[in-house]
Design a protein around this ligand. Structure first.
Ligand SMILES: [Zn+2]
Length: 162
C-alpha cells in the first residue's frame, strides 16, 4: 500500500501545479518583469482618470492599445457595448480568459481598485500569450464595462448566447 507523502507547507501548491515546462515559467516571469513599468503606469493612468460605468472610453482604449501593441487581435465594441473589447492571442486547446474591469465608483473614483484589475489582466494576458504556443493556450483578455453598476458582464453574456 502506498500512501501520499504528508503535506508540508510549500508542497501542497506544487503538487497541484500542472506540468508546465520550466522555461515557460521563466518566460512568463521575464515578460511580467519586462512589462512591469508600463503596467504600473497603465494602472496609475486609469486611476487618475476615473470613468463611470459604460463611460470607460479612455480606460478601455488604453487597455486595448496595450494588448494590440503586444500582438493580440483586438475586437472593440463587442456586444454592442462601446467600452467592451475582446483581445485574443494563441490558438491552443486550453482557453484562458481574463476579465479586465475598469469602471470607477460614483463620487470616490477607483476606491475598489479596478485600475489594478485592468492592468493585472492586461499584464497576465501578455505574459500568458508569450508562452501560448508552447503550452497550448488560447488567451482572451475580455474588457468588461460597468462592473460597479449596470451588469456589463451580464450584457456581454446575453449578447453571446446562441
Ligand atoms: Zn469594484
Amino acid at each position: 500500500m502506498s500512501l501520499a507523502p504528508p503535506l508540508t507547507p510549500g508542497t501542497a501548491f506544487r503538487q497541484l501545479e500542472p506540468e508546465v515546462p520550466m522555461d515557460a515559467r521563466a518566460a512568463v516571469r521575464e515578460q511580467v518583469a519586462a512589462s512591469r513599468d508600463r503596467l504600473v503606469a497603465l494602472s496609475h493612468r486609469i486611476h487618475a482618470h476615473p470613468e463611470l460605468a459604460f463611460e470607460e472610453e479612455r480606460a478601455a482604449a488604453w487597455c486595448a492599445e496595450a494588448l494590440d501593441a503586444a500582438g493580440f487581435a483586438v475586437e472593440r465594441g463587442v456586444g454592442g457595448l462601446p467600452t467592451a473589447f475582446v483581445a485574443r492571442a494563441g490558438s491552443g486547446p486550453l482557453h484562458l480568459a481574463l476579465c479586465a474591469e475598469y469602471d470607477c465608483l460614483p463620487g470616490i473614483g477607483h476606491a475598489c481598485g479596478h485600475n489594478l484589475i485592468a492592468a493585472i489582466a492586461v499584464g497576465a494576458g501578455i505574459a500568458a500569450a508569450r508562452v501560448a504556443d508552447d503550452v497550448g493556450l488560447t488567451v482572451s483578455v475580455v474588457g468588461t464595462p460597468a462592473e460597479e453598476r449596470g451588469g456589463g458582464k451580464i450584457l456581454l453574456l446575453e449578447c453571446t448566447r446562441p
